[in-house]
Unconditional design. Structure first.
Length: 288
């Protein structure tokens, strides 16, 4: 994935430095940043290049930082690299999402061990520098929602598909067709690769952000998006425009505290909140 790194410098009293770092990381997270490293005088923050929004970052910093702490920063490109390389080489342990759904690391699992039908759905994911293996709370919550729904014969749109795990699971549960998109080229390729690994032939993946939906005439029975709060709000109109009458919208990737903001954005587009489930501080909301 392609990233920018922001070198944040904080000017404040020494005793305020650590609280200021924590508030600054929260502000940058709100603006799409994903990872941080402490420095002597502040933080290094990493954000995917397409996600960088200077205006949103400046607004969040102004909202979060206390009096007595001034922040300046410089942004530069990080050379391309596989951020997950060590993790991918090591692999991950099987993830039991429920009694009848387990996610396996395709690179480190002998699939011949699972011949026959024991009633357990097994999804094999090879994470080639893409996110979404089922290890994160938001992914697991959406997977459990899909397991509880009747998606047989229903069309599914997976927004920001990552490894493709959500769309693949929907297809294995009977959804047809399945369309995914992701802004990251590695993720889009990885999702299509994982679909093939799992014998899913009815899932297509597009490269781009929500604007790629401008070229999609179809509407869907189920729309899924596991993205950060700001992108969900910004793309709500695109989600709504591609929902059939009576369709369901499943959103995650945000904190429980953010639910009112997500609900307000959805309400502006004629959607009603049905329920919210949580896992630790993370939330997953269902709208109709």
């Amino acid at each position: 994935m392609k990233y920018f790194v922001a070198n944040f410098k904080i000017e404040c009293e020494a005793e305020l430095m650590q609280p200021a770092r924590e508030l600054l990381s929260a502000a940058a997270c709100e603006a799409g940043f994903e990872a941080f490293e402490d420095t002597d005088d502040g933080l290094l923050g990493y954000v995917q290049r397409p996600m960088y929004d200077k205006e949103a970052l400046d607004t969040a910093i102004a909202d979060y930082m206390p009096e007595g702490a001034a922040v300046s920063y410089a942004v530069e490109e990080v050379p391309d690299q596989n951020w997950n390389q060590g993790w991918e080489d090591e692999g991950f342990e099987p993830i039991g999402v429920s009694d009848n759904l387990v996610i396996y690391d395709a690179k480190h699992t002998d699939r011949e061990m699972f011949a026959g039908d024991d009633g357990v759905m097994r999804i094999f994911i090879e994470a080639r520098n893409a996110f979404g293996t089922g290890t994160h709370q938001t992914t697991r919550m959406i997977l459990r929602r899909l397991l509880a729904m009747d998606v047989q014969g229903k069309s599914v749109l997976d927004c920001g598909c990552g490894t493709g795990i959500l769309g693949i699971t929907a297809s294995r549960l009977g959804a047809n067709p399945v369309l995914g998109y992701d802004i990251d080229e590695w993720s889009a390729d990885n999702a299509q690769h994982n679909a093939a690994l799992n014998g899913v032939e009815n899932m297509n993946v597009m490269l781009g952000d929500a604007s790629v939906l401008n070229n999609v005439a179809e509407r869907f029975d189920v729309v899924i998006a596991n993205i950060n709060r700001n992108i969900l709000i910004a793309d709500m109109s695109a989600f709504r425009a591609h929902m059939k009458e009576g369709a369901q919208l499943i959103l995650s990737g945000f904190y429980e505290a953010d639910v009112p903001m997500i609900e307000a954005a959805a309400k502006e587009h004629g959607l009603s909140l049905c329920d919210v489930v949580t896992d630790e501080e993370w939330a997953c909301a269902l709208f109709k």
